[in-house]
Design a protein around this ligand. Structure first.
Ligand SMILES: [Zn+2]
Length: 200
């Protein structure tokens, strides 16, 4: 119980409240290591980009910046910063005027439209190979008609910049994260990858 309680406390201040809360509720979360081990024999069959550094794999995709009109020079690396509750940020924040369109960084699938206390109105998108999840949070609202399971294209508007969840109400921004999924392909669970390193 101690471990669960500390996770819950940590989650209350971090962006991944939904993710952590779901992980706590999923007993199979602890089997992550076994799942990874089971995958390893097949690794030799994968393309080099998938065997190696995920940052390099993602760089080769030339992902679109997820906020319309944003330039790479304006990005700031806050991946390792500690947020309230001592939770590592594991994301980047892109400041933009409220209602600026949020764009899919590449094609893929809407894995989950999710509302959480910290993230507010969020989108979890899988890439076309179901290797990575892209997480967009603090939206003002979704694009009209967006639904779970939708196939989206690179640059498609997913929603609009806002301050939902625990974002300061005077600082609209997109909280954007990338994580590498496990073999279970759970939208709430994976290994965080620094988007700044991918985009820079
Ligand atoms: Zn953030």
């Amino acid at each position: 119980m101690t471990r669960f309680r500390s996770l819950a406390v940590a989650a209350s201040g971090g962006f991944v409240t939904g993710a952590i809360a779901m992980a706590v509720l999923q007993p199979r979360f602890v089997l992550h290591g076994n799942a990874e081990t089971a995958r390893s024999p097949a690794a030799a069959d994968l393309p080099a980009t998938l065997q190696g550094d995920p940052v390099e794999d993602l760089r080769q995709r030339h992902l679109l910046l997820p906020v319309e009109g944003m330039t790479r020079a304006a990005l700031h690396d806050s991946f390792d910063e500690l947020r309230s509750g001592g939770v590592r940020h594991e994301a980047i924040d892109i400041l933009a005027p409220r209602n600026t369109p949020i764009l899919a960084v590449e094609g893929g699938t809407v894995a989950k439209l999710f509302h959480s206390e910290a993230g507010g109105i969020t989108v979890y998108q899988f890439d076309p190979t179901n290797t990575y999840a892209y997480y967009y949070a603090h939206l003002e609202r979704y694009a009209a008609g967006l639904a779970n399971g939708d196939q989206v294209t690179r640059g498609q508007v997913l929603g609009f910049v806002g301050t939902s969840g625990n974002a300061p109400k005077d600082t609209p921004h997109l909280h954007f994260a990338i994580f590498k999924l496990t073999s279970a392909k759970q939208w709430w669970h994976g290994s965080p990858i620094n988007p700044y390193a991918v985009f820079k």
